[in-house]
Write a new protein. Structure first.
Length: 552
């Protein structure tokens, strides 16, 4: 049986089946992305922190806009070529469309990669520092122009990022149910590299059979291993299962006794009198082994990623509930290249308390502890004075009710211009005060990849060491950093999936549509038209996303 209205339109609607389907699908997509854009607007209007403005690189986003617009044109040309039965032209135009989709995703991948390697930190006083973390260097190495041999390597031969929590570990207590095997291997490897041993602190005794006697299942001094932890885990899980079954059975028996003793009463009326009789089941229960403590001899420095450990003086805890006992050593976060200092949030908090922005900034940790920040902030203030003077000359001052000019400027610098020094300002500072210059080609590359640290050096992008106790929050430019980036990655990521999906469909018509074209060219033309409608929608979403995310 042939399905109707695949090629020939319905007389009442003038549409084929697939075109009706794509319009219904696009209606649901409009609601999806409309919800995202609406949420963005409302969250921005009600944000309780300085919302990032014009923080994304405009050039790659602008290029991607024209790339998608161009691909929308070529997909129409490809459809028109099919209608005119010109297969070769269809191949050319559809090939350009697919190539544009690939170029879009490449540029988006470059942009994402830069974000995932860019570090941001919010200090306790709400100052924000941005830049790139360094790797631990040997003494005397140039932080801005290091060679491969200049890096300190760990026991695995990997470079050590200067954002690790360092603990001189004396004891480790593992939760037998949920230890993370990879972390155990890493600890064993670090201990072996330091010629230290990790051994069981005391004998572990347990009853492993119902009614049996206590016996030693792990002896004091036994070395830590995954096999040992697995054996303890098996004992723990078996005991939990057995003991739960005993408690359940005993509770059932108690309910039977209670019901017989209270005929005619509902369960809720006698529930306070029903409980497990522990005297009956305790002799039958198996021993649970919830944890096992190991001694590190001699105490050894272990490195932990900040996201994996909740550090504290004396005793820290990993995400798998492993307790790490030992001295918490200095674990600063070291930026080898600082490319932004942002006081906007600090100023907002200060104004809420009635403190002047100037006083709050002067008393910030960065201004008190880093000479470079003080130097560039002084330069920034002078530059802002010049900018405000230009605005005053261009736009003048506001007038009072009598039409006379006041001392209030008609135009003033934005909050971002006043209290944030971004990487382009760092670049200008280096060029104006230090004479640092780079080629035009390198300058263009910076619009895509961010600042060129190697070319500009420490004179432009300084090194900064932040004590761990001063850090309130730290993350890459990822959804974990703030609401803005969470929405940015959600919208652009979902849009990217639409680009990939649409490109795959169009590529299918390009590479495998020849047989369909020979059998029924109009059918293929209809399919390409439907694919083109989806592609236009993908383009339209980006036309909304680009100004909202990149230009505002």
């Amino acid at each position: 049986m042939e399905i109707p209205y695949i090629v020939t339109p319905r007389k009442d609607t003038g549409l084929i089946n697939s075109k009706i389907a794509i319009w219904l699908f696009l209606a649901s997509e409009v609601m999806l992305f409309g919800g995202f854009f609406s949420a963005y607007v409302y969250l921005r209007m009600g944000a309780d922190y300085p919302w990032p403005e014009r923080t994304l690189p405009v050039l790659p986003g602008l290029i991607n806009t024209f790339v998608l617009i161009g691909s929308s044109v070529t997909v129409v040309f490809a459809w028109a070529a099919l209608k005119m039965r010109e297969w070769r032209k269809f191949q050319i135009y559809m090939g350009i469309t697919v190539a544009c989709a690939a170029l879009f995703m490449v540029l988006k991948g470059v942009e994402y990669n830069v974000k995932f390697h860019h570090q941001a930190v919010r200090l306790d006083d709400y100052s924000v520092v941005e830049g790139h973390l360094g790797y631990e260097l040997k003494e005397g190495a140039d932080a801005h122009h290091p060679n491969a041999d200049d890096y300190v390597k760990d026991h695995n031969g990997d470079k050590i990022e200067e954002n690790m929590i360092r603990v001189k570990v004396e004891k480790l207590t593992f939760a037998t149910k949920r230890y993370y095997a990879e972390w155990v291997d890493e600890m064993l490897s670090e201990a072996d590299h330091a010629n230290a041993k990790i051994t069981l602190e005391a004998d572990i005794e347990a009853t492993t059979t119902e009614g049996g006697k206590m016996k030693v299942i792990a002896k004091k001094g036994e070395p830590l291993s995954l096999d040992l932890l697995k054996k303890l885990k098996d004992v723990q899980l078996a005991a939990l299962k057995h003991n739960a079954a005993l408690r359940t059975q005993n509770l059932r028996e108690q309910w039977v006794v209670a019901k017989d003793a209270n005929p005619g009463k509902q369960g809720w009326e006698i529930s306070d009198d029903v409980s497990i009789n522990m005297d009956d089941i305790t002799p039958l229960m198996l021993s649970e082994v919830p944890s096992a403590t190991f001694v590190v001899n001699p105490p050894t420095e272990f490195l932990f990623k900040p996201r994996d450990i909740r550090e504290a003086e004396g005793s820290s805890r990993l995400r798998d509930d492993t307790v790490v006992v030992g001295e918490l050593e200095e674990s600063p976060m070291v930026f080898h290249n600082v490319d932004a200092v942002d006081f906007q949030w600090l100023v907002m908090k200060a104004e809420e308390k009635g403190i002047s922005p100037e006083a709050a900034i002067e008393n910030s940790w960065l201004m008190k502890n880093n000479a470079f920040v003080r130097e560039i902030w002084a330069w920034h203030l002078k530059r802002n004075e010049a900018k405000q003077k230009d605005l005053n000359e261009q736009y003048g001052f506001k007038e009072d009710e009598n039409g006379k000019p006041t001392e209030t400027p008609d135009r003033v610098l934005t909050h971002k211009e006043l209290y944030r020094i971004g990487w382009k300002e760092f670049r200008d500072y280096g060029e104006e005060t230090k004479g640092v210059e780079v080629s035009a080609v390198a300058g263009l590359k910076e619009e895509f990849m961010g600042p060129n640290y190697k070319a500009r050096g420490a004179e432009t992008f300084p090194e900064l060491s932040l004590p761990r106790e001063e850090i309130r929050h730290a993350a890459k430019f990822s959804p974990a950093w703030n609401t803005y980036y969470a929405i940015y990655f959600t919208i652009t990521g979902l849009h990217g999936l639409h680009v990939i999906g649409g490109a795959l469909v169009l590529a299918y018509y390009l590479f495998f549509g020849r047989k369909m074209y020979l059998e029924n060219p109009e059918w293929l033309a209809n399919r390409v038209e439907v694919g083109g409608l989806f592609w236009h929608f993908v383009d339209l979403i980006w036309i909304f996303a680009f100004p909202i995310l990149y230009l505002m």
